[in-house]
Design a protein around this ligand. Structure first.
Ligand code: ARG
Length: 256
């Protein structure tokens, strides 16, 4: 009786092992034959946004950053080749609408207005707006900007937010670095920029300071052409990156 039970247990274990091996190899085959295998997906970005995406001046001006690491992880996970295209922020949604790119990562905030034209993944990182100005300017709240010239990125939610501020002259520019230069040169009094990038700009430019304000929607998501079949797969990998601690690891790497 005891022998019989042992035999039974052993053969049960063997069957379980066999099932694991077979289903594993089926899984591998599925990954190899996944709809992404051998495909190249084009990601459009605006590489003026450290540490999300920027050109590494030390290393041949390659585009690096938080968004780039996430995109590479998703590419590896789904099995596609990643090609990155750089454009002004304002050109990103048109690039998606005309199918010149498969998706966009550019620290882009999902807004109701943008949702008319593109689809978004879940939010993968939060941000708030700040006022960046010369040290000692004491511009803390939107009301302090009355009568001032305010720099923003063309097509950004900061531009939309600044249009709501009373009595400001808005100066819209293509690249974030240009906005910072305009503040330093006193051609604008302040810039509206997200806290997640203001920290780095102020650390590198001790003549600047920033104050966080409470204005509207924040956070970054991946954008896709409307109706893109990629959204669900990308969300699945993003969720996996959240629960495995991968996102946290990248946040620590890039935002310190
Ligand atoms: N989060 C803001 C927005 O969606 C600013 C993003 C700017 N990104 C960039 N790569 N320059 O409008």
């Amino acid at each position: 009786m005891k022998k019989l039970r042992l035999l039974f247990t052993l053969s049960l274990a063997a069957i379980v092992a066999l099932i694991i091996v077979v289903s594993d190899s089926i899984n591998n085959k599925l990954a190899a034959q996944s709809q992404y295998a051998g495909r190249t997906l084009v990601m459009v970005t605006s590489a003026d946004y450290p540490p999300y995406e920027f050109r590494d001046t030390a290393a041949g001006s390659e585009i690096i950053g938080f968004d780039i690491d996430i995109a590479n992880y998703i590419a590896r996970e789904l099995g596609f080749e990643l090609k990155i295209q750089d454009t002004d922020f304002n050109g990103i949604i048109p690039a998606l609408q005309s199918q010149r790119a498969d998706f966009a990562m550019a620290g882009m905030t999902p807004t109701e207005e943008r949702r008319q034209n593109v689809d978004f993944s879940d939010i993968y990182y939060e941000a708030k707006n700040t006022i960046v100005a010369l040290q000692g300017s004491n511009l803390r709240e939107p009301e302090d900007l009355a009568g001032k010239r305010v720099g923003v990125q063309l097509g950004s939610i900061q531009e939309t937010a600044a249009k709501e501020f009373k009595d400001v002259t808005i100066v819209s520019l293509n690249r974030t670095g240009e906005i910072i230069q305009e503040v330093k040169a006193r051609r604008v009094d302040a810039a509206i920029i997200e806290d997640t990038i203001a920290t780095g700009f102020v650390a590198n430019n001790p003549d600047l300071e920033f104050n966080t304000i409470d204005a509207g929607e924040g956070g970054s998501a991946i954008a896709f052409p409307k109706g893109s079949p990629l959204v669900a797969d990308f969300n699945r990998v993003l969720q996996q990156m959240q629960s495995s601690g991968e996102i946290e690891k990248l946040v620590n790497k890039w935002f310190g």
